[in-house]
Design a binder for this molecule. Structure first.
Ligand code: UD1
Length: 349
């Protein structure tokens, strides 16, 4: 018997994509990857967690000046004007608050912003011929998982913070929305721990005040802005007693959004969920050691008490995104940390 092998080329088209929160950490890196792919990103941001210089840097990196609207996504009329003027085909929604501790202090602010902005978008999307929607979700929806690595089928558990709950509510809203809007194809991306910066060091994370997240704290300590890093607990049941996370380079994460839009163009079903992680976990101490190895800079630290609400260990089973989206992480942990350091140094200059 003669076997004939037919190769199907996946057809994708370049498109105009509205990027809410496009000047933020993950948003700005996604704008770079969209430009690299030949797409036309339209940024909406009000710089509450970013700065106008990021737009200049995007131009420096990509050679393109992104179209930009200074707008709060809670402003429904303002959003509608952008939809009417730009006529995008796709939307990627980043604009949201993301600090776990702050969400405990100011739950209503989190519910209003994170859920309200999605409601506004979902009011407009069906009226404006939007075909594709990508939503920025988080592995926080898995809570404290009983089995790791977590797959997309792992149970959604009670959220440990209002921030986590907003992600769960938004995921459910999108699921319900998709049932009655079959023509709008949607991907939820559940991010693990985004770190790093564009390899140029020109864009990166701009933490507001004292960083909550590990890597900005490490880089600020290495730069001498903080006396020392507190490691939140050293008595967990892990190889060195510190918590395990799946740290993913932000440019790899950004690339997953480009791949998600390409994937959606070839789908019949309209609701999809993917974990975006490297598939391996690192302890906090391993991150500190990898940073020191990559940068040759010593980080002063001490082991402090556990942080309330911390999950002991979580990392992604990423087999679904590897096979279905043809996505692969390109950067190692050390490269990601070196890029974070480059960005930190550019801020200290
Ligand atoms: C949290 C959220 C995640 C969100 C992410 C980005 C949960 C469970 N996780 O991730 O959804 O996307 O923030 O905002 O809601 N650490 C220290 N010292 C520090 C800072 C952190 O030891 O100064 C430790 C933490 O205790 C943790 C690890 O480093 O073990 C990572 O912490 P962090 O960067 O804050 O991210 P997550 O809490 O994992």
């Amino acid at each position: 018997m003669i076997k004939i092998r037919i190769r199907f080329e996946v057809q994708t088209e370049r498109m105009k994509i509205l990027v809410t929160g496009g000047a933020g950490f993950i948003g700005s890196h996604t704008v770079v990857e969209l430009f690299n792919n030949g797409d036309v990103p339209i940024i909406i941001d009000d710089f509450r967690n970013s700065d106008p210089f990021i737009l200049e840097r995007l131009k420096e990196i990509t050679g393109n000046t992104p179209v930009f609207y200074n707008l709060d996504c809670l402003d429904l009329k303002g959003l509608e004007d952008v939809f009417e003027k730009e006529k995008p085909e796709g939307v990627v929604h980043f604009a949201a608050y993301k600090a776990v501790g702050e969400s405990v202090e100011k739950p209503v602010m989190y519910y209003e912003n994170n859920i309200g902005t999605l409601i506004n978008l979902l009011k407009l999307v069906p009226q404006h011929n939007i075909n594709y929607f990508v939503f920025s979700s988080s592995c926080t929806v898995y809570g404290d998982p009983e089995v790791i690595p977590v797959t997309e089928q792992s149970p959604i558990q009670e959220a440990s913070s209002p921030y986590g709950y907003t992600k769960q509510v938004c995921e459910k809203m999108l699921q319900d929305f998709c049932k009655v809007n079959q023509n709008i194809k949607t991907v939820l991306l559940r991010y693990f721990n985004p770190i790093g910066s564009h390899p140029s060091g020109l864009i990166g994370e701009l933490p507001n005040g004292v960083p909550n997240n590990l890597v900005p704290y490490v880089t600020q300590t290495a730069a001498g802005q903080r006396d020392q890093l507190t490691i939140n607990g050293g008595d967990y049941n892990t190889s060195d007693g510190t918590c395990i996370r799946d740290y993913i380079h932000v440019s790899d994460l950004a690339d997953a959004h480009v791949k998600a839009f390409a994937f959606l163009q070839n789908q019949i079903s309209n609701f999809h969920v993917f974990n975006v992680g490297t598939g391996s976990g690192s302890t906090v101490l391993e991150v500190v050691k990898a940073f020191e190895k990559a940068t040759k800079v010593t980080v002063k630290y001490f082991i402090g008490p556990r942080r309330e609400g911390d999950v002991v260990s979580i990392f992604a089973d990423n087999s679904k995104i590897l096979t279905e989206l043809d996505w692969r992480p390109k950067f190692s942990l050390e490269e990601a940390l070196l890029h974070s350091w480059r960005w930190q140094q550019s801020l200290s200059d």
